[in-house]
Design a protein around this ligand. Sequence first.
Ligand SMILES: Cc1cc2nc3c(=O)[nH]c(=O)nc-3n(C[C@H](O)[C@H](O)[C@H](O)COP(=O)(O)OP(=O)(O)OC[C@H]3O[C@@H](n4cnc5c(N)ncnc54)[C@H](O)[C@@H]3O)c2cc1C
Length: 394
Amino acid sequence: MSKKYDCIVVGAGPAGSMAGKVLAENGVNVLVLEKDPEVGSPLSCAEAISFSGLTSFVPVDPEWISTQIHKILVVSPSNIRMKLHHPNAGFILNRRLFDKKLAEKAASSGACVKVNAQAIGLLKNKRGNFCGVMVLENGKEKEYEAKVIIGADGVESYVSRWAGMDFSLGLDQIESCAQYLLADVKVESDCVEFHSGQSLAPGGYTWVFPKGDSHANVGIAVTPDLTSKRKAKEYLDGFVQKRFSNFKIIESMMGGVPCFDRNKNLVKENILLVGDAGRVVDSLSGAGIYNALLSGKIAGAVVSQYVRDGKLSVSFLKKYYEELMRAKGRLLRFYSLCRAIFLKMTDEDFDAVILFLKKYLDNQVVTGIEPIPLVKTILRSNPKLLFLLRHLVW
Ligand SMILES: Cc1cc2nc3c(=O)[nH]c(=O)nc-3n(C[C@H](O)[C@H](O)[C@H](O)COP(=O)(O)OP(=O)(O)OC[C@H]3O[C@@H](n4cnc5c(N)ncnc54)[C@H](O)[C@@H]3O)c2cc1C
């Protein structure tokens, strides 16, 4: 006999552990499956999150913070530099520890968290409805039943494929990333750097995020459609050589960041997708940690209500997508539009935008950045970008 749960969450990244934590706190009998032997490892992430983004979910624990960020440096293709002072802008996490602690919080709230437990398929009952998950657990095949299944299995999500939800990604809908953890580098300990330019990082950007103790996450995101088959790592090597005179590569990682697609629904019958599995990502920056936590939290709350009530029809679960869109839909759609403009910008356009911003913001202290008014101001300042916007919208 297979064991029965109210809900199974596939994946113990930020999205899955947050969903598991909320479900368990609500008394739901939940199983969280993680394919790797250790939560949080291997990791593909630059680990940045805004102060307000993180603190809206969990009290900050200095143990899993690598550095606190108070400054942002933006560098244009022809080296126009703009530095903002933003007290408490955000954090560079120690995500290996952060992910582990979040999974521990789910477990201490009552979730059953299993590592070395890879979902390998969905189970269907005689009526053809999804009713559980097949799992390869420590090398043995097992079956677990559940009323609801949450796919939190990241950018390569198999849950979405097994459920017949089309989440395949075109070459223009993914950012291909490469990153090094560098040691012995000279960086400002509380300043993140962003470098732009279509030859430096076609359809993307490079970043330098200080990790403390002369270490930094140095990475690149590119749009594969625009790279004429050169790999992200080749662009990154060029950038690292140019930016640093001294460095040691102590870790190397690669990964993909999906772009949000407003036309994809994240609920099918009793299957819900959260985090990267559902492409809940800011398409301009590639930021997904906050969105993973947010979507996991909302999914956890909606599924808890569904399970506890016991009489609700499965269509109630659509409330997850509606609530997520109410909370974040406008910004997710806005960043998708910004990305479409961004992909058409030339190096001269980047120079013009950063020069414009420099006039107003260079060395200024800001306490919060509202992205929509800021981008509107930039667009109004630049007739070509305004033209691109009109072209894309109409
Ligand atoms: C190079 C790079 C840099 C990035 N930098 C940032 C950044 O600075 N800030 C930011 O906000 N975002 C960043 N992102 C994006 C961010 O890492 C993701 O958006 C975030 O990790 C999504 O969380 P998640 O829980 O949805 O998925 P993940 O963190 O990918 O977790 C998915 C989990 O599911 C598990 N899993 C997968 N398949 C199965 C299965 N079949 N059975 C069981 N378990 C399974 C995986 O092992 C994994 O633990 C970056 C991404 C990349 C690639």
